[in-house]
Design a protein around this ligand. Structure first.
Ligand code: GDP
Length: 365
């Protein structure tokens, strides 16, 4: 399963955020929560489309989809030199598929900042520098191996050498590999290098509890957005401490609290959806009968493989998929009306799934 790793300096609110995630996840029905790694938390993906589908095509049960977060312990300056268990942190980051980078944007004199001042840009730079140095080390190691081979007629070595030479100066300039554009031939080579700064990243500004209702009012948030725009990264504001509180509330208290704050949903929901997207994940639905269910697939998945996510028999015996888009169901309100409008689609083996597809697979047993 794909996993999003929570990364950041000590004392910025990573554990608080992770606790909020695991508390929200602990309430999930049928999830054998206690048996997994304490550093891994499952969350349900909040998706308002499920409630609307249930309203139009009632089922006995509604089942949201889930995915994984991994808590990565505090990284510090010098991590790339192996300081403060640095190598272990970097190895943990290497294992994740996307990075949720938490920075401190709340003021609280009682909580020490590792650098003695609240400065989210400096936090980002500190971490990204460590990740960049680790990548530079990887590049140098590969260069030493490939340079000689590339002098001969080894085509693969030549191709890798050109990629390495493209990456190195960017890292030396203090920028991440994700700021570089690669062509189709270069992409698999880059992937094979498992570089830390090539992973997709989302920045989370941990704002003050008094800013929970309006994280955009935080004094640092636009500064952060501006600072990371080279990377094309999204920035969201979340009040981790409030989110942890909300996650442990009863439903009624939760609703009351959110109303008081003037927000429709917990900030955690925004974080979860943004992380899901960051991982390149999308959702299709099966609707009606015993259960209406959201299923996660990787962007770009074709219909038979999507069927295989439900059951391997569905993939093996795949004939076709009968699909209506969520927006069409939302508009026409019944399966029959969607059909009459000519919006019910029969899709074959080469169909690439679209987010929001409501599907019935036809297959041979
Ligand atoms: P980590 O080292 O990054 O995991 O940081 P923690 O989650 O342990 O948080 C460090 C301290 O900051 C703890 O005492 C938290 O209660 C506190 N903290 C986290 N988020 C907030 C926040 O939004 N506002 C305030 N005032 N304190 C927070």
């Amino acid at each position: 399963a794909l996993t999003a790793g929570i990364v950041g300096l000590p004392n910025v609110g990573k554990s608080t955020l992770f606790n909020a995630i695991t508390k929200a996840g602990a309430e999930m029905a049928n999830y054998p929560f206690a048996t997994i790694d304490p550093n891994v938390g499952m969350v349900e993906v909040p998706d308002a489309r499920l409630a609307r589908i249930q309203e139009l095509i009632p089922a006995k049960k509604v089942v949201p989809t889930t995915f994984e977060f991994t808590d990565i312990a505090g990284i510090v300056k010098g991590a790339s030199k192996g300081e403060g268990l640095g190598n272990k942190f970097l190895e943990n980051i290497r294992q994740v598929d996307a990075i949720v980078h938490v920075v401190r944007a709340f003021e609280d004199d009682n909580i020490t900042h590792v650098n003695n001042k609240v400065d989210p840009l400096d936090d980002i730079e500190t971490i990204n520098l460590e990740l960049g140095l680790a990548d530079l080390e990887t590049i140098d190691k590969r260069l030493a191996k490939v340079e000689k081979a590339a002098k001969g007629s080894d085509k693969e070595a030549k191709a890798e050498l050109s990629v390495l030479e493209k990456i190195k100066p960017v890292l030396e300039a203090g920028k991440g590999v994700r700021t570089i554009e690669f062509d189709e031939d270069e992409m698999p080579i880059v992937k094979g290098l498992f570089l830390l700064t090539s992973k997709p990243v989302l920045y989370v500004a941990n704002v003050g509890e008094d800013e929970m209702g309006d994280p955009e009012s935080n004094q640092f948030i636009n500064q952060i957005r501006d600072y990371v725009k080279d990377e094309g990264a999204e920035v969201i504001g979340v009040a981790a401490a409030s989110e942890e509180e909300i996650a442990s509330m009863e439903e009624a208290d939760k609703a009351e609290f959110l109303e008081m704050e003037g927000v429709e949903e917990p900030g955690l929901n925004r974080l979860i959806r943004a992380s899901y997207k960051l991982l390149g994940l999308e959702t299709f639905f099966t609707a009606g009968g015993k259960e209406t269910k959201a299923w996660t697939y990787h962007k770009g998945t074709k219909a038979p493989q999507a069927a295989g996510i439900i059951h391997s028999d569905f993939e093996r015996g795949f004939i076709r998929a009968e699909i209506m888009g969520f927006n069409d169901l939302d508009k026409y309100e019944t399966h029959a009306a969607v059909r009459e409008a000519g919006r019910l689609r029969q899709e074959g083996k080469e169909y690439v799934m679209e987010d929001g597809d409501i599907v019935e697979f036809r297959f041979n047993v």
